[in-house]
Design a protein around this ligand. Structure first.
Ligand code: PRX
Length: 581
């Protein structure tokens, strides 16, 4: 049983105001997330407490206190302001999980900017699409990754500042600026920007079925949801040593790898090196990690390597484990209970929801394979696939949906009000984002299918669209298809997810070739590399199937869903129902 009360107790008279109590928050205090995670922790006497334990490749290790976090985030905030950047400017953070990623994220928020973190393995095209959509004004990166920006710079007229935060200063080009916050003069004081609850904070891009990725816009008051769930579901306490394995290029890495835990003043660990079971277990052992938040693909990889590496390490510090991002299969829960003496507790949420929505609340009996129940304060349902009415009877599959109005909810898809509106069942035509997000007659429809059992537990079934979930990362088929047809040999392309034992899904491409090109091993490699470089290793097809022609609807749209059904051995059904939907 955790120290935060039982689920049933918490449901009674729940009010989000309790998040303020958990943070010891007084009305009138500055709400800025960058300030709360740094200055406020120091002001309550914890400046000397370790905030970040960082390890990189080899035996690189550094530790930083909350005092350091304050000074270095001040450093970035001041530097960015001195460059002429203004509150509201989108400032992209494009780097590996180095300490400056964390300092700059908080620094951007402190000066009122909108932090736009992007996964450092993104290739130039993935980057371009997201920077262009965001109208990004500045990008913070490293020597290792700046080359990708140079390639696209002339296509991004709004991108005025390229700032390199690590590496060799002498190798910069053009108007690139160098800024090493740890070498720069210490900035003892910085007046964090006075935000309102609705001031934009973080912009995360997420992939859909059609069209390019959409920018989910979050605001500073998201912190209420992130802090409360970090406290109640991750059960973080003052003496915890916490490890979130996610990269802040994705929402888990910001909501629970920065904001939630640091708002509570909890010590976090970051491992910026490749995955091996032995390395991960060593990291837990060396740092005496107590709370571990990870993803099913990682857990399945650990399972594959068996108990030997577990037994070779002292993991007795662990007291609480949680997972997110993909279905956590029952075997993984049972296995973790056997080998760690603790089950991984599944949590469900999305970039759009900003914070956990459904979870196995500590102390609640676990049904392995279930995502648990809605967090207190979250009204959830599964809706009938056609009528969008809540399903009352147990075990019938429908669409997971939430009543709008929770604090961490996304406030817009950047510049895409129609797509935002389309996510709300029952939305009045032409309704503005602000009306939608506060209208509790509507349902925000997540795009996932699940059923609820007679005890109120949610069971994930699958996505309601064609988005590919590979290792807990969403990849949009449209993005991959658009990139594939840019390859000189490809005439038409379709991308789907195919089943994979560890990653749940990997990308498979179906292509037809232009006249003069023949299938070959070399061509396959060339296509794979093309996508890896342009988009990312995640989007790279693991398999390419050549077809004379791709199957299409009468109006000429490629039948991606038909290809997917064939791949998964599912009933293809009546092809006419696949027409243009
Ligand atoms: O399909 C669901 C899956 O991941 C999607 C959200 O992905 P993203 O916006 O990238 O955010 C990931 C981390 C919050 C969901 O729509 N997903 C997330 N958690 C689970 C899950 N699928 C099954 N079980 C989960 N616990």
């Amino acid at each position: 049983m955790s120290n935060i009360g039982s689920y049933e107790e918490r449901l009674k008279d729940f009010d989000w105001g309790i998040a303020k109590e958990v943070l010891g928050w007084e009305n009138g205090e500055l709400l800025n997330i960058g300030h709360i995670c740094t200055d406020r922790i120091c002001a309550r006497g914890q400046a000397e407490k370790i905030a970040l334990i960082w390890e990189g490749f080899g035996d690189k290790k550094r530790t930083y206190t909350f005092g350091d976090l304050r000074i270095y985030s001040n450093g970035f905030a001041k530097f960015l302001r001195d460059q002429g950047l203004k509150p509201g400017d989108r400032i992209c953070i494009f780097m590996d999980k180095i300490p400056s990623l964390y300092f700059s994220f908080l620094g951007v928020l402190k000066m009122g900017g909108v932090a736009q973190p992007l996964f450092s393995a993104f290739g130039d095209e993935s980057l371009e699409v997201r920077l262009e959509s965001a109208g990004t004004a500045a990008i913070l990166t490293t020597r290792k990754h700046v080359k990708k920006i140079r390639k696209i710079l002339d296509k991004l007229p709004e991108l005025k500042h390229v700032i390199v935060v690590e590496g060799d200063e002498s190798k910069l080009k053009g108007e690139e600026v160098f800024f090493d916050v740890e070498a720069a003069p210490r900035v003892e004081e910085f007046d964090a920007y006075e935000v309102t609850p609705e001031t934009p904070s973080v912009l995360h891009y997420t992939s859909g079925t059609t069209g390019q990725p959409k920018g989910a816009q979050h605001v500073h008051s998201s912190i209420w949801g992130q802090a409360l769930t970090a406290s109640w579901v991750l059960d973080l306490r003052d003496d915890d040593i916490y490890w979130c394995t996610a990269d802040p290029g994705w929402v888990t890495g910001t909501s629970y790898g920065i904001i939630g835990p640091w708002s509570l003043g909890v010590t976090q660990c970051v491992l910026d090196s490749g995955f091996t079971s032995a390395r991960w277990y060593q990291f837990i052992q060396d740092n005496r990690i107590t709370v571990w938040y990870s993803a099913p693909t990682a857990i399945r990889s650990l399972m594959r390597d068996g108990v030997e590496p577990v037994n070779a390490h002292d993991l007795s510090s662990l007291r609480h484990l949680a997972s997110v991002g993909e279905p956590l299969n029952a075997e993984a829960v049972i296995w973790s209970e056997e080998v760690f003496g603790l089950p991984f507790l599944d949590t469900f949420w999305q970039t759009e929801t900003g914070a956990m929505m459904i979870s196995n609340y500590p102390g609640m009996p676990i049904k392995p394979g279930s995502m648990g129940k809605p967090f207190p304060g979250i009204e959830a349902a599964v809706l009938d696939l056609k009528t969008h009415e809540p399903i009352e009877e147990p075990d019938r599959v429908g669409l997971i949906a939430f009543r709008p109005g929770w604090p961490a909810m996304f406030r817009a898809y950047r510049n895409k009000p129609d797509i935002y509106r389309s996510k709300f069942a029952g939305a009045p035509e032409g309704a503005e984002p602000d009306e939608l997000r506060t209208n509790t007659d509507l349902w925000y429809v997540s795009g996932d299918r699940a059923s609820i059992d007679a005890d109120g537990y949610y069971w994930f079934v699958g996505r309601d669209d064609d988005v590919i979930n590979t290792g807990g990362h969403l990849v949009g088929p449209f993005e991959i298809e658009s990139a594939l047809v840019e390859h000189e040999a490809i005439a038409e392309a379709a991308a789907i997810g195919k089943p994979d034992k560890v990653n749940m899904e990997v990308v498979k491409a179906f292509v037809s070739l232009k006249p003069g090109f023949e299938p070959s091993g070399d061509l396959e490699l060339s296509i794979m590399n093309f996508i890896r470089k342009k988009l990312s290793p995640l989007a790279m097809p693991q398999e390419i199937e050549y077809m004379e022609k791709l199957p299409k609807t009468r109006s000429g749209k490629i039948l991606r869903r038909y290809l997917r059904a064939l791949e998964w051995g599912e009933d293809v059904g009546d092809l006419s129902t696949l027409e243009d939907d």
